[in-house]
Design a protein around this ligand. Structure first.
Ligand SMILES: NC(=O)C1=CN([C@@H]2O[C@H](COP(=O)(O)OP(=O)(O)OC[C@H]3O[C@@H](n4cnc5c(N)ncnc54)[C@H](O)[C@@H]3O)[C@@H](O)[C@H]2O)C=CC1
Ligand SMILES: O=C(CO)COP(=O)(O)O
Length: 344
């Protein structure tokens, strides 16, 4: 266990709200870094399995969790004494969940967001939703981004992440609270860029999955990743992100990991669509786990339209998921677009 200096700015008692794959894996990261971690799970049986059996077979089969990790389905108990709170649920459910916990959240300390998505309807990033619902200063909100496939981290494969916060010191406090032998977090003050990178890459990963499902190879994947990065960076530039962020872990890093890995739910979802499954069939097959890109392709597309930013791949994924187009049709539409220089 790495030595963390006894420093009051490093939260010791941390609550993770949400016990899906990333919530559980991130709770393990924190516990392995020496923190005192309590998880909240929606289902009492899952809370019991984590506390009593040291596992979460539905989300992370075969993974042994640290003995120190406790879980409860009682949010009041989970949040009692929390010095930092980690929010680990799907983007489209964050607002409703958070609204139910307002009275229980600590008055100070970081609120850490793991979710990668843009809210339907409001088109807000998750840190914006947190600030709006709780009324906290944005400098309390820390966003976790980067190439972080939950299962790889839960099996202690070396990984890096980005902790983004407009308050550098706050990001450093979570960095010190979470680093361990296999998890190396960097800090970044560009919250907008990190959140956009994490949300938009889910849509591009779906596109790569569709291409794989259609039987296409490496040239197609490389094209989708590269042109995906170009459209993400265009949106980021318009919304005030630091362009450098997109060449970092939250940009190209997460894009490469998610677009290439069979562990990615978004890529797998796209692959099923590419093989001819319907949206409902692909949804059924994910076993209740979230593929954020399915909804974010619509919210990001709307955000891009609002900002006058061209995002053809995101638009294509929206047409495929929600507008009745087939994978081959959207492929043909993309290739048939007006010819243009690589850089506008
Ligand atoms: N799994 C991964 O590898 C990574 C996931 N993320 C992001 O973290 C967020 C959470 O993802 P996961 O933990 O993987 O999701 P998951 O689908 O594995 O688990 C979601 C968790 O949220 C809980 N939840 C609370 N309210 C819910 C509701 N109304 N509907 C559905 N579930 C609800 C579920 O019970 C479950 O514990 C997502 O935004 C995802 O994009 C980010 C990095 C890595
Ligand atoms: O965000 C992720 C990796 O960084 C996880 O991607 P999926 O949600 O597609 O599994």
């Amino acid at each position: 266990m790495p030595e963390v200096p006894a420093d009051e700015s490093v939260p010791q008692r941390i609550t993770v709200l949400g016990a899906g794959s990333w919530g559980t894996s991130f709770a393990k990261v924190l516990a392995d870094a020496g923190r005192d971690v309590t998880m909240w799970a929606r289902r009492a049986e899952l809370a019991e399995e984590i506390s009593e059996c040291g596992g979460n077979e539905r989300y992370l089969p075969g993974v042994r969790l640290p003995e120190s990790l406790r879980a409860t389905s009682d949010a009041t108990r989970a949040l009692d004494g929390a010095q930092a709170v980690v929010l680990a649920m799907p983007s489209q459910t964050l607002r409703a969940n958070l609204s139910g916990w307002l009275e229980l959240l600590p008055d100070s300390g970081p609120l850490v967001s793991l979710a990668k998505g843009v809210e339907l309807g409001t088109l807000k990033r998750m840190s914006e939703v947190i600030v709006e619902v709780t009324g906290v200063d944005e400098r309390r909100v820390v966003v976790v981004a980067g190439p972080n496939l939950a299962r790889e981290i839960a099996t202690e494969q070396p990984s890096a992440a980005v902790l983004a916060c407009t308050d550098h010191e706050r990001a450093v406090s979570i960095q010190r609270a979470s680093f361990n032998e296999y998890f190396r977090p960097y800090t970044n003050t560009d919250v907008i860029g990190c959140e956009l990178g994490g949300s938009c890459k889910n849509v591009i990963a779906m596109a790569c999955g569709v291409a794989a499902g259609l039987g296409y190879g490496t040239n197609t994947m490389a094209t989708l990743i590269t042109r995906g990065l170009a459209e993400i960076a265009r949106l980021g530039a318009k919304l005030g992100a630091d362009p450098l962020t997109f060449s970092g872990l939250a940009g190209v890093g997460d894009l490469v990991a998610t677009c290439s890995s069979p562990l990615s739910r978004n890529r797998t979802f796209g692959e099923r669509l590419g093989k001819g499954e319907s949206l409902a069939q692909a949804q059924e097959a994910t076993g209740g786990q979230v593929a954020e890109g399915v909804k974010s392709c619509s919210s990001i597309r709307e955000l891009a339209n609002e900002q006058g930013v061209d995002m053809p791949l995101t638009d294509a994924m929206h047409r495929l998921c929600h507008d009745g187009r087939s994978p081959r049709q959207v492929g043909a539409e993309l290739l048939g677009r007006a010819k243009k220089p690589e850089w506008d």
